[in-house]
Structure formats: C-alpha cells, structure tokens
Design a protein around this ligand. Structure first.
Ligand code: ADP
Ligand code: MG
Length: 487
C-alpha cells in the first residue's frame, strides 16, 4: 500500500462531524472507529463489526466523503476494515408472547394457491416466528432502482396494512390488469415505499424483461427540469412513456407544480391507455392534495385508493421480531415488547430504536436486557408521539369541525348535534391514542368506560352504513395530527 498520510485531514473531518452530530451521536458511532492508513484516493478505517460498518456506511458515508473532498480537495473513498470480531452479545431469552389479547387478525392474508415458487408469500402478523426466509430474491439480480430488502417476504401484515399489501401483491402478479392505477397513501414511515418497491422486485424477479421504472417524484421533477433546460424533452418522454410498470413514490410532491402536473398527466394517459401499470404513493388521500389540477386528481382517484394506518401493538411486535431475525440477532422477547409498547408512531421509528439497541450491544459487548433497553432508548421513549396526543387536541378539532365547543363534548347535552360529535371524538381518541376507554371516558366529562365503548360501537356501526363517514374521520385525524405536530 502506498504510504499516504491523511490522518491530519481525517482528524479535521472528525472535528466537523462532532460539531454537526453532537456528543452523544458522535461518540456512539465514531469513538470506536480508527484511522488505519491510506492510499492515494482511499482512507482506511478500522471498525469493530460488520453491523457497525454497515450502519456507519449507511448513515455517514456520503457526508464524510463530501467533507473529505472539501478538506483534501479531491475525491476520496472510505474503506472499512473490521479489526475485531463481533462479540456474541445478545442472547435469546425464554420465549414470552406479547400480550396476546389480539391474536385475531382481520387482516387475513388472502394469498391464493399458486404453483411453483411461493417464496414471495407474505407472513401474517400472527404467524409463528419463522426462520429468515431464504428467498429467490436473496440470490436474485437486483433491479438497479430497487432495494431488494423491500420485498413482500419482509413485509409484515397486520390489520393496518393487509388490504394494501394484498392489493400490491395482486398487482405484482398481474401488472396492468387488476387495479390501475393503484394509489397508496399514508403517513410517514408506514411502509409505502417498501410496498411500492416490493411490487417492482416481484415483477422483476418473475419477468426481468418487464420494463420497470421506480422514481421518487422529486427526482422526476429534477429530470423534468433538466430536460426542459437541455431541450431534451423527447428522451424524457420516451423514458417515462415506454414503461410497463411505473412506480412513482411521494406523488404529493406535484402539489403547486403546474408544469410537472401537466407532464405527469400526459405520462399517465399514455401508460393508462396502453394498460401499463401505474402505482403512486402519497402522504395523503388524493382528495386532500392541494393545488393540483382536477384532471390529475381524478386520474389518481380512478383506480384503487388504499391507505396504510399505523401498526397496532401486535404488528409492531411482529415487525421488530422479523427485523431482529433478519439482522441475525436474537433479542429477548420482553425487550421487543418494551419497544413495541413505547414506539408507536411508525415503523421507521420502530426500526431506528432497534438499530440503536443492537449497535449499543454490539459496541459495548453487553447482553441486552430490559434495563439496558430502557436506559438506551429513554430519549426515544420520551419523545412526543402521536399516541401521546392529548385528547384535548382531538376535542378541539372535532368541536371546531362541528361548530360546537369542547365543553359541549364534555358536557351532558343530549341533542343529536352534540351527541354524534361526542361519539366521534371518543371513537377517534380510541383509534389514535393509547388511552384506555376508562381514561377516555374520564376526559369526556367523567363518563365511565362503558359509555366510551358504546360510543365507539355506535360509530363503527355507522361507518358500515354511511359511506362518507370514514373519509370524514380520516380527514379529522389528519387535521388533528397536523395540529399536534405544530405543538
Ligand atoms: P414510507 O415510505 O411510508 O415513509 P417506508 O416504506 O420507507 O415508509 O418504511 C419505513 C421502514 O419501515 C422501512 O425500513 C420499511 O422496510 C419498514 N416497514 C414499514 N412497514 C413494514 C412492515 N409492515 N413490515 C416490515 N417492515 C416495514
Ligand atoms: Mg417513502
């Protein structure tokens, strides 16, 4: 190895990373990394384990290389060497099931029998924990735009997502035939990109000749703008109008961008008319997109529109279990249960908590216990979550919507213009917070839990008969969450 000494520059890079990340994050990821040497264009760093290497690469590689480029004034690549075998740190405890009041799963996975390879079969939440699936995809060639981890195999089904996941699989089996377009929407970190790419991976695995394009709408915008600037529209159009499966992520990004909407509208029509599959993901229902043309909105609404909801406790637990297995670490079930209980906002946060814990155990060489998990994740657990949303906010938003007051909701009035909003607010409280019916009853003027339960049942019944109610509820929930996010 040629002897290039970049240690001085490396130290400067570390200083800058420290400034940016703060002590806690910096010490978690950088103190066990050592400068091992360099060649002309690479810096070699020692790290303690494979897991650590992957995480550091995923989190910081780009940022570090950008800094090095500024500091050394040339392109440098980082090379990681594992200098110490990972310690076997995490032990499997006795198997304890999570609170299993709900082994029920209305989210039945309706996979019909298929001939041949069933390696793509999804697992239901309450399926027994299976060993990591050795699927065809793990040896499969990767589609350049898709992440292989985003497979149906890896997607855990629960009540919150079974409809969407089943539709996605049906589409993957018969693109352009069953549901077109498919418009999948839901909040951040709930698995939209995962399902979208799972469709692509599945189609690609089964017929690699199919032309699949995955694009995030922001990237689509950039390409569109570049094409305009370079007067290269024909190749842009060709790229997007001659595809068999168009997977377009985060389409809410078209809001307020008229030219882009126009382009997408024509792309849509061309593909749709030739029965090509189009799948969109979006952070909200099409009806709630602002500043988009009616004709584009109506295209979004034309096919199947399905939402993803946050996973419940059992599904969160099943997801964690599966993630832990796929990372090949055994973590005591009670630790998984603890995380599932405390991180309820979305799957991304859930995964982040797990990763933090594994990293800690990996670095410090300790066995993960409930105490350690509590200690290491105390900031995560303390963070404001949707589930900590106060009933107060729900009452304010619902009252305002129905032009009554929060006091009405908590009071004794029995007129229908108050009773229905009250039942609805109680129902929503039960849906989006973790408060018990007892606590909810209390917050609604000291009613008892049976009253709260009765309200929830009433609303459930009404949803069955009133087709518009569900969308009213969803839009109220959205407003509540926005209100909550603003603090
Ligand atoms: P979104 O696009 O909705 O913001 P992502 O698809 O990026 O969310 O999901 C965030 C993370 O959570 C990803 O790592 C994804 O693999 C994981 N995830 C989400 N839902 C599930 C699920 N049902 N089963 C397994 N992993 C999931
Ligand atoms: Mg996404």
């Amino acid at each position: 190895m040629a002897d290039w000494d970049y240690e001085f520059f490396w130290k400067e890079t570390l200083n800058q990373m420290y400034e940016e990340l703060g002590e806690q994050e910096f010490s978690r990821w950088f103190t066990l990394m050592e400068y091992r040497g360099a060649t002309e264009n690479t810096i070699i760093l020692g790290v303690p384990s494979n897991f650590y290497r992957e995480e550091v690469k995923r989190r910081y590689n780009i940022r570090i290389e950008e800094k090095l480029k500024l500091i050394i004034e040339k392109d440098m690549t980082l090379v990681f060497e594992i200098v110490q075998q990972p310690k076997k740190t995490i032990v499997q405890s006795e198997r304890t099931e999570p609170e299993s009041q709900a082994r029920k799963s209305s989210g039945e996975f309706k996979e019909e029998k298929r001939g041949g390879d069933d390696s793509h079969q999804m697992k239901k939440t309450d399926a027994p924990a299976a060993p990591p699936v050795q699927s065809a995809q793990s040896v499969q060639k990767r589609h350049p735009q898709l992440k292989l981890d985003y497979s149906f195999d890896a997607y855990v089904i629960g009540d919150n997502n079974s409809f969407a996941a089943n539709a996605a699989l049906a589409i993957a089996k018969n693109p352009g035939v069953t549901y077109n377009p498919f418009f999948l929407y839901g909040g951040v970190g709930l698995g939209k990109t995962h399902l979208l790419q799972a469709i692509g991976n599945y189609v690609y695995a089964n017929s690699p000749e199919t032309k699949i394009v995955y694009i995030n709408t922001e990237a689509f915008l950039n390409e569109y703008v570049d094409a305009l600037k370079e007067k290269n529209m024909s190749s842009f159009k060709k790229k997007y109008r001659y595809v068999d499966v168009l997977l377009m992520d985060d389409v809410h990004f078209v809001q307020e961008k008229e030219g882009l909407q126009e382009e997408l509208f024509h792309t849509f029509n061309t593909l749709y008319e030739s029965n090509k599959q189009i799948v969109f993901t979006c952070d909200r229902p099409a009806t709630e997109l602002k500043k988009i043309s009616d004709r584009l909105r109506s295209r979004f609404e034309r096919g199947l529109n399905i939402d993803l909801q946050p996973p419940n406790y059992e599904t969160r637990y099943a997801i964690l279990k599966k993630k832990a297995e796929s990372k090949n670490v055994a973590i005591p079930d009670e630790v998984l249960a603890l995380i599932s209980k405390n991180v309820s906002s979305n799957v991304r946060d859930l995964e982040a908590a797990l990763t933090t814990l594994i990293a800690y155990a990996d670095l410090v060489g300790k066995t993960i216990t409930v105490e350690i998990a509590r200690q290491q994740l105390k900031d995560v657990f303390a963070a404001p979550k949707q589930t900590n949303m106060s009933i107060d906010i729900i009452q304010r938003v619902v009252a305002e919507h129905f032009k009554i007051t929060p006091t009405d909701l908590k009071g004794k009035k029995k007129s229908q213009n108050v009773v229905f909003p009250r039942q609805l607010a109680i129902y929503i409280s039960r849906e989006i917070t973790e408060f018990s019916t007892t606590e909810i009853g209390q917050a609604f003027g000291g009613r008892d839990h049976t009253t709260a339960m009765h309200s929830c049942n009433k609303i459930r019944e009404r949803i069955q008969t009133d087709p518009t109610l569900d969308s009213t509820i969803q839009s109220l929930i959205r407003m509540i969450k926005e209100y909550n996010a603003k603090g």
